[in-house]
Design a protein around this ligand. Sequence first.
Ligand code: GTP
Ligand code: MG
Length: 306
Amino acid sequence: METENFLKKDKSGVYSKTRTFWRKNFNNIFSRSKIDESFWEDLEESLISSDINVSITMELIDYLRDYSLVESINDPKMIISLIRQKFVSLFKSPTIPLIDADKKIILIIGVNGSGKTTTIAKLSKYITSRGFTLSIAAADTFRAAAKEQIMEWGEKFGYDVFSSSKSSDPSAVVYDAINSAKSKGSDYLLIDTAGRLHTSNNLMEEISKLYRTIQKYSNGYKIFPILIMDGTVGQNGITQAQKFNSIIPCNAVIMTKMDGSSKGGALISISNELDLPVIFIGVGESIDELIEFKPEIFVDNILPNI
Ligand SMILES: Nc1nc2c(ncn2[C@@H]2O[C@H](COP(=O)(O)OP(=O)(O)OP(=O)(O)O)[C@@H](O)[C@H]2O)c(=O)[nH]1
Ligand SMILES: [Mg+2]
């Protein structure tokens, strides 16, 4: 889970799918002998097909065109480093760290099946392995299986899971969970919520109410909402993400299932469009398969190495 492990692991493949896709897509373009009109057209097409959105692509191409004109650059390889800088700058940086001296309530939200419950288990390990104590609130009262899923992880890894057999109102569960976490002195409270579609008004109202409850009774905890997004959905998830973020202003995004996604450009587009940092990526189903996301490392891994 550490950055060093990630670097080691990456050699064997965290970004290998994405890298293979990007290099296949871009190597041919950047190994050309000159910059001409077809170079710009092919570059534009390849960026868009790699899930970089149209407005970012257009802006980037304009910038690169101007730069190569002014600096009289005619070798495609010479602009790779500019793209690198630009890509890295498009990622938003975290304003508040997930882990610091402040106790936090981490509210996990997102659409159905995006990986919320699995990510809670992974984050729990990440946080406790750094010496912090935590409680988990099983506030997905929609599905009985969700509670069981999180209780199983809790039992297996010794996390304190708070759930309620009485209440089907997630706000009530969370209210009790905050008090319980507070009385136990937990440093973190992670809240699992039911998946929902951004178009479901009732369920969006329910999560909004849950958020208001947390704000009202946060009891000394800082609130750190995280949006969980499925990496295989890529850029198509942007509209739903915007809706979630408008109802609950999030601190960060975690992109899951990056092991099954090859385009990768969506990470750049989403971070930029939502104005949110991507702080972790999920790269598998097991508890260790969560990686701190570092834009520089990601970008270095996908751009051609010519
Ligand atoms: N390959 C892969 N699978 C993942 C990853 N994260 C989650 N999954 C799988 O995605 C599926 C859904 O994960 P959950 O954690 O249950 O998703 P959820 O968002 O809690 O789902 P709901 O509560 O139903 O909305 C499960 O089969 C997970 O094992 C990941 O990073 N990589
Ligand atoms: Mg779940």
